[in-house]
Ligand binder design. Structure first.
Ligand code: TUI
Length: 317
């Protein structure tokens, strides 16, 4: 079964599925597996030193079966060396850029000049409009069900409101882990979806196995949000670190919280410290129940979404 939207033509992909560009998580192995399977793999530049990003782009290209397959890089706009990250993307002509944790306005023209597709994550309707006016090719409307840095709105409310005000494609993110979520996203006006947490449990994802195990064992209420007092709230799976950060949040100690959190994402994802590392993951962690190849994830959710849409069609009287 096939599912095609205008997003597939825009990006040159077979399936309207984007893999979230997660810092310390989406490395060349996962990115190339998703792109090889007909989705769009995205390298998470996160807080990477710029030279590491360059290497990761080369490694991704090397692992692509069809060298012309598109892939992307996610630019975390709070990166202290964001200008250098952008320079590398421009120089190496990465086909697609997604952005997070800020407005990429001042970079969009440079990306467009190099024919790089730009897809900002937007947490609000106002930013969706601004990004369309600035020349973005699509936007990712990410609800607060997502893992990592989040906005205030839910996917269910943000996606239709964004779809109402922009002409460019809206991609739904936050809380989507299976074909039902994809069918729902289409009903809300999305032309594609981005999944992060589900791809953390892809076989090709190089995060520590203990993190995959935590996601697989997690239940519906196992995530929490820390960092409201810093102005950058982050959704994580609960552990000893999150409990400590919650206390600092209650005391309004944002600066101390930021110091305490620094470096902990790497500790979790690369070293497997599931107690004192930051386990950024979405509310749909509980819906992820096994480790499987990225291709099986993509083929499975597409089939499920088609079946769900057929079922919904059968309700029409
Ligand atoms: O960026 C993400 N998720 C992330 S980034 C990250 S690294 C980090 N670590 C510690 C603290 C903060 C970040 C981990 N997870 N998702 C996309 C996203 N973007 N969510 C929310 C936003 C966002 C927020 C405000 C996008 C734009 C924005 O604009 C404000 C403005 O300038 O108008």
């Amino acid at each position: 079964m096939k599912l095609k939207t205008e997003l597939c033509d825009l990006l040159g992909i077979e399936h309207p599925i984007i893999q979230g560009g997660m810092a310390w998580v989406s490395t060349a192995e996962l990115v190339s597996a998703v792109s090889n399977a007909g989705g769009l793999g995205i390298i998470g530049a996160g807080q990477m030193p710029p030279e590491n990003l360059e290497l990761e782009i080369y490694r991704t290209r090397d692992l692509l079966k069809d060298k012309s397959s598109p892939f992307g890089v996610n630019v975390m706009l709070m990166h202290p060396k964001v200008d250098e990250i952008v320079e590398i993307i421009l120089r190496l002509k990465v086909p697609v850029v997604t952005t997070g944790a800020g407005s990429p306005g001042k970079y969009i023209k440079d990306f467009k000049k190099k024919k790089i597709k730009v897809i900002p994550v937007i947490p609000s309707v106002a930013l969706a409009k601004r990004m369309e006016s600035a020349g973005a090719d699509a936007v990712i409307a990410e609800g607060m069900e997502a893992g990592g840095h989040i906005g205030e709105l839910t996917t269910f409310t943000l996606v239709p409101q964004a779809a109402d005000v922009v002409k460019i494609p809206v991609i739904a993110a936050g809380g989507i882990a299976d074909g039902r979520g994809i069918a729902a996203a289409f009903a809300l006006g999305a032309k594609g979806v981005q999944m992060g947490t589900r791809f953390m449990c892809a076989k090709e994802c190089t995060i520590h196995p203990k993190v995959k195990e935590k996601i697989i064992k997690s239940k519906d209420r196992d995530t929490t949000v820390t960092g409201y007092s810093t102005g950058h709230p982050v959704r994580v799976l609960q552990n000893r670190l999150s409990k400590e950060l919650e206390k600092l949040d209650q005391q309004g100690m944002g600066e101390e919280l930021e110091r305490r959190g620094a470096g902990t994402l790497r500790m979790a994802m690369r070293e497997g410290d599931v107690e004192w590392g930051s386990l950024m993951a979405g509310q749909c962690s509980a819906m992820v129940n096994k480790i499987e190849p990225a291709k099986d994830i993509i083929d499975g959710v597409i089939k499920e979404a088609c079946e769900m849409m057929n079922l919904i069609r059968s309700y029409i009287g």
